[in-house]
Design a protein around this ligand. Structure first.
Ligand code: ADP
Ligand code: MG
Length: 678
């Protein structure tokens, strides 16, 4: 029986212009919401004016009188305030008497032009040329918050170079769709197109806001640069999925975040406490990658806003605290037809295509893509915060392998050896609880694997190494581009006369080395992986530098995702972002030592002062050396040493001093205050 209560779902999506909401307003102008499901509506004559009128009516009914094109400047990770950009414009004009009247045209809806000069562009624009051009993204619905209508948009330069995260993602999905559709047709399965679906599990910390304000490092950089571990951490495993605290405002905050998301049509389904103290997670129902990526940016913004209204501070950074788990954002990834057949779900694809060969061919193509382009997957997760997570026993190591499970691996290996095509049917088993009163249940024969960066989980891959603060566009741009190339290679070979099975067998022979079903946290694994020839890049900075390797620029160019110039620009921007992050951290550390640690040590008569004064000199010198570096590649390499070597050693001195200092004389908020106030 469906529940009769609608209390918790009432108002879901009221502030999102799609489905029934859009239908209600479009019907006045002789259209339905179907109009919006055809992505070509912006170029159909007269339609934009109709949509603009309907949007205006809806806006006015909901108290909004302002709109903006909402876009995503490059290299967005780790910063606060939602990682997105917007310039608000009124939806009214003034008559000759100066009286305002509502007006919103199709032209204003479709496109915008803005001064993009203060955004990083990696040399793609001469300094004196500032234009940035915006065009509506029909795959991501318009939504409304407070008095403002948000129109998701893509952002390029005057020459059409992508200046944002969204444009390349569209290009990559289109490449995957084009090559995948071509391949499926060769395999006798005609489809209109393919899409990529993702679901993003978002981890965060919620800490008391008053304590947050007593941490310049959290305020400026999102992570604690120093701080003695409290006597209790996560060793009791008593935080994971525990009741959400009511002693603090965390429970109210989580609920309110969910309700705010519901209003704008974001289906946040799951909420729970995570492993570390004060760590939480939200996950939505999965959906189209373009829409989900936008929604995740809004989720991050809403989390920060609602937390501050509840006397909390939300930390989205990957590693806010040393010694306890950091935060990730699992990027669950699948591809399917536009009619909803998931290519990674063997049952669905076999039933829809009536060709059991398709599934192993798709899997072989994806396995080959991971093996060839693990460097790009590593690059895509090289957010500064991930420096502290990968390989630290809380996230997979910096080795890009895939877990398929024994069941699937045996199936693919048998196919590789024999060339015989049988439908893959995942085995199941009965699970007994050993008590008569508890009935046994049926489960997949395969257990989960949490130590692989990219495990297959039945109908999707899960990129588990993504960072919590990342805009996941680049991640999915890479996944779709490398898949597109693999599909193109298989399709080309079939067109050249090889049998599909032979091509897939060949790919598996060459690339199945990247399948690893063991324990990714095993300290021996990274070395073994290198011996096998699997990509391992420990340093995020080194990974970023690979953006312009010829293998990669050629791939991106061939798939129409990035021109070599755009690769060059992105590499520079990602390196600059890293350098900027480390510089802020080092300067914050200098201030914290001078303004807090040294005065506390003096008052408590602890003997650290000389060491700390030397540390400040070391930090200042290192920042100067970064500035003097020949180019951003050299500066980023220096920054990495400063961050992961010099600053960690200096931190040890600060933490030792904190351990000896009476709390009344220590002026920074301690880990206990930040993590154990409930
Ligand atoms: P777990 O923590 O067990 O991995 P969660 O339920 O927390 O699972 O999150 C799983 C995420 O994966 C959700 O966002 C879910 O909607 C998403 N997901 C499930 N199936 C698919 C799929 N076929 N393609 C993409 N994402 C999926
Ligand atoms: Mg997961």
């Amino acid at each position: 029986m469906p529940s009769t209560s609608t209390a918790s779902v009432e108002g879901f999506g009221d502030h999102c212009f799609k489905g029934a909401v859009a239908k209600k307003y479009l019907s006045k102008y002789g259209e339905t919401d179907k109009l919006l499901t055809d992505v070509s509506w912006p170029s159909q004559p007269g339609k934009a004016d109709i949509v603009a009128k309907a949007v205006l009516d809806w806006a006015v009914d909901n108290g909004a009188s302002v709109y903006c094109h909402w876009f995503q400047p490059m290299a967005s990770s780790g910063v606060r305030h939602g990682l997105s950009a917007q310039v608000h414009q009124t939806m009214f004009e003034f008559d000759k008497d100066g009286k305002p009247f509502f007006k919103f045209t199709g032209e204003a809806l479709l496109q915008g032009e803005t001064d993009g000069s203060s955004y990083p562009n990696g040399g793609m624009r001469a300094t004196h040329r500032a234009g940035g051009y915006l065009s509506i993204d029909p795959l991501s619905p318009i939504f409304l918050r407070e008095d403002t209508v948000f129109i998701p948009a893509a952002f390029v330069s005057y020459n059409g170079d992508a200046l944002d995260e969204k444009t390349p993602l569209h290009r990559a999905v289109e490449a995957m769709s084009k090559e995948g559709t071509r391949l499926l047709k060769l395999l006798g399965y005609e489809v209109d197109g393919l899409i990529n679906n993702i679901g993003l599990e978002q981890e965060i910390f919620l800490v008391p806001r008053h304590a947050f304000y007593r941490r310049p490092d959290l305020q400026f950089t999102g992570r604690t640069i120093m701080g003695k571990a409290s006597a209790r951490g996560q060793e009791m495993s008593d935080h994971y999925m525990a009741p959400i605290s009511r002693a603090t405002t965390a429970f109210d905050c989580m609920r309110q975040i969910q309700m705010e998301c519901f209003k704008v049509g974001i289906p946040l389904k799951t909420r729970h406490r995570e492993v570390a103290p004060n760590q939480y997670e939200f996950a939505p129902l999965f959906g189209n990658v373009i829409n989900q990526t936008d929604q995740n940016l809004m989720v991050m913004q809403i989390i920060e806003e609602v937390a501050s209204e509840n006397g909390l501070a939300a930390l989205l950074q990957e590693k806010p605290f040393a010694g306890i788990n950091g935060s990730g954002k699992h990027n669950n990834w699948s591809i399917g037809t536009t009619d909803g057949v998931n290519l990674l779900n063997p049952k669905q694809i076999n039933a829809a295509s009536k060709n059991a060969e398709i599934f192993p061919i798709i899997m072989a193509a994806i396995v080959s893509a991971i093996d060839k382009h693990g460097d790009l997957m590593r690059l895509a997760i090289a957010s500064p915060g991930n420096d502290f997570r990968l390989g630290a026993m809380e996230a997979p190591p910096a080795v890009i392998s895939t877990y398929l499970g024994d069941d699937m691996t045996n199936y693919l290996m048998a196919f590789m050896d024999s060339g015989n095509v049988e439908a893959y049917v995942p085995s199941k088993k009965k699970l007994a609880f050993g008590a008569n009163s508890i009935s046994e249940i049926e489960v997949p024969a395969e257990d989960r694997n949490r130590t692989s960066p990219f495990p297959y989980g039945g109908a999707r891959f899960e990129f588990r190494a993504a960072g919590s603060s990342q805009n996941v566009s680049l991640i999915n741009t890479v996944l779709n581009t490398i898949t597109a190339e693999a599909f193109a290679i298989v399709a080309d070979r079939i067109e050249a006369g090889e049998t599909p099975t032979a091509v897939a067998q060949d790919l598996l022979k060459a690339h199945s080395k990247v399948i690893f079903n063991g324990n990714g946290y095993d300290p021996e694994w990274p070395d073994t992986a290198v011996e096998k020839g699997i990509w391992r890049i420990d340093s995020g900075v080194e990974a970023i530098k690979k953006f312009t390797d010829s293998k990669n620029t050629e791939l991106f160019e061939k798939m129409g995702v990035f021109t070599p110039r755009e690769c060059e620009a992105r590499r520079a921007i990602l390196l600059d972002h890293y350098i900027g992050t480390v510089e802020m951290e080092a300067l914050t550390m200098v201030d914290m030592i001078n303004q807090h640690v040294i005065p506390s040590c003096k008052k408590a008569e602890l003997g650290f002062v000389k060491k700390l004064e030397d540390a400040v000199k070391t930090l200042t010198k290192a920042v100067d050396e970064m500035h003097a570096a020949a180019d951003e590649a050299e500066a980023a390499s220096l920054a990495r040493v400063l961050r992961l070597d010099t600053m960690i050693k200096i931190r040890e001195v600060c933490d030792e001093a904190e351990g000896l200092c009476p709390p009344s004389l220590w002026t920074l908020a301690s880990y206990s205050e930040l993590l154990f106030l409930d």
